[in-house]
Design a protein around this ligand. Structure first.
Ligand code: SF4
Ligand code: SF4
Length: 115
């Protein structure tokens, strides 16, 4: 008889190593050139905590910026499409990142590449 795995109510997360050097950083360079305040982001997450889109979706601007900086840009077009460009994140950002323009520049950079 096959033994059933015991369910503890949690799982062990899959090992996920990031090979930063193997990733492509061209899109983050394009976006940083168009919106230099990208470099001011400290990944605090204040934008995500106040985000209007996050109320209805799993969108997180903090996560989008992290993926962009890591060069993991394959799913970014789908992610940024969830943003409503309401600008709340820009009002609360402690580093004065121009978040709305940042999202627009990410869209411009990734959407042609992912169509
Ligand atoms: S609130 Fe500003 S500094 Fe904080 S994660 Fe968002 S963009 Fe970056
Ligand atoms: S502009 Fe986009 S990321 Fe910023 S709070 Fe509004 S929906 Fe969220």
């Amino acid at each position: 008889m096959e033994k059933k795995a015991r369910q503890f109510g949690y799982t062990i997360t899959r090992d996920r190593q990031i090979d930063y050097d193997a990733n492509k950083h061209d899109i983050s360079k394009i976006v940083a050139a168009a919106e230099p305040s990208l470099n001011l982001c400290i990944s605090c997450g204040t934008c995500s905590a106040t985000c209007s889109a996050a109320l209805f979706t799993d969108f997180s601007l903090r996560h989008v910026i992290l993926l962009l900086r890591r060069g993991e840009t394959s799913g970014l077009a789908k992610e940024v499409a969830k943003c409503m460009l309401c600008g709340k994140c820009q009002l609360v950002c402690p580093r004065n990142v121009s978040t709305r323009n940042l999202i627009i520049q990410i869209s411009k950079a990734v959407i042609p590449a992912q169509l």
